[in-house]
Design a protein around this ligand. Structure first.
Ligand code: MG
Length: 341
């Protein structure tokens, strides 16, 4: 049976087409951390990750340390059968960052695909030629919004990043977006934890009274405030999505138990790889919670994992896979709101 005999870390930089700003951070260039593995029968594959300290808390220094110390030890000379069995027996319980685990798990999935002489898409069960996606309007002044929308006119859905502005200012922004895109375009709103429970409820009541029609409100309040999410959901009719508050199946179950959410945004860096993301998707399905596949601002390999999960588990939905659209150089193409590779 195949054994992993060697691993190493490499870095590469990927500039973005424009600054990506949310209420948590602003990014112009990505530092991609590649984790390469080699097996005793000569296979060489890699996975990758990025730091998103404002979201996951995982810094580049910690991720690099995990990928150079604990994780190589955990992999070395262990017999490899499948990515899922290897990850669940040797990686999932380790006390290392989820961002680092994600790079390892992508490499493990690639390794399984190569050993079985299949593509990663075949391994994960995706046979689609493209996936529909939204595109982000970053946190910005209202005056910049018309141009930003014009640059994104062929996407069917916009994810609008909002921040700590007064409620009426945020409503003004959404009113403007709705005026520009008309009644058909989908609007998703993501304040990335910037709001209070009261402001979130006030915002949604205005949105609902004025029929501005947003598809969902994503993670409006602190990731720790599960009861607050439930209070917002109980008092409004708009769907509520969890993002930063769900890293694990247990997080998902807790939010569902208090009836706090309608949807979860699944991202492989948050969950620690493709394997644990599949566990969250399967549990969400069992619990009757809707889900969307998203990604961090990350490199092609990370986006590929997310893209294939979308294709495998929810091919006919408009996901949140615009990260590669932001990259100056990528293997993905975006045409009429559909991403393909
Ligand atoms: Mg989000």
């Amino acid at each position: 049976m195949t054994k992993i005999v060697e691993s190493w870390v490499k870095f590469r930089k990927e500039p973005l087409r424009a600054s990506f700003s949310t209420s948590l951070r602003s990014v112009n260039e990505l530092t991609i951390v590649e984790f390469h593995i080699k097996t005793d029968d000569g296979h060489e594959v890699f996975g990758e990750t990025v730091e998103t300290p404002a979201i996951t808390g995982d810094t580049l220094a910690q991720i690099e340390k995990d990928l150079r110390t604990v994780l190589p030890e955990a992999l070395k000379n262990k017999e490899f059968e499948t990515a899922a069995s290897f990850f669940n027996s040797h990686i999932s319980k380790l006390d290392v960052t989820k961002s680092a685990k994600c790079a390892v798990d992508i490499a493990l999935n690639d390794l399984q695909a190569i050993i079985e002489n299949r593509t990663l898409g075949q391994l994960l069960g995706s046979s689609v030629k493209h996936v529909t996606t939204d595109v982000t309007i970053p946190l910005t002044e209202i005056s910049a919004i018309p141009n930003l929308i014009a640059e994104r006119s062929d996407f069917p859905a916009l994810k609008i990043k909002l921040g700590k502005d007064l409620v009426h200012k945020n409503i003004e922004k959404i009113r403007l977006v709705r005026e520009i895109i008309g009644v058909k375009g989908l609007i998703r709103v993501d304040p990335n934890q910037a709001w209070s429970v009261e402001d979130s409820i006030e915002f949604l009541h205005h949105i609902e009274q004025d029929s501005l029609d947003i598809e969902y409100l994503e993670q409006p309040i602190s990731a720790h405030n599960k009861v607050g999410m439930a209070a917002i959901r109980a008092q409004c009719s708009t769907k509520i999505m969890a993002d930063e508050s769900i890293y694990t199946v247990a997080d998902l179950e807790e939010l569902v138990n208090v009836q706090a959410i309608d949807l979860v945004n699944v991202k492989i860096i948050k969950s620690g790889g493709i394997t644990p993301s599949i566990a969250i998707i399967k549990r969400a399905k069992e619990l009757g919670v809707d889900f969307s596949i998203g990604s961090m601002m990350e490199g092609d390999k990370g986006v590929l994992g997310a893209y294939l999960l979308a294709g495998a588990y929810k091919p006919d939905y408009c996901h949140d896979l615009d990260a590669a659209w932001w990259a100056l150089s990528t293997r993905f193409t975006y045409v009429e709101g559909k991403v393909s590779i």
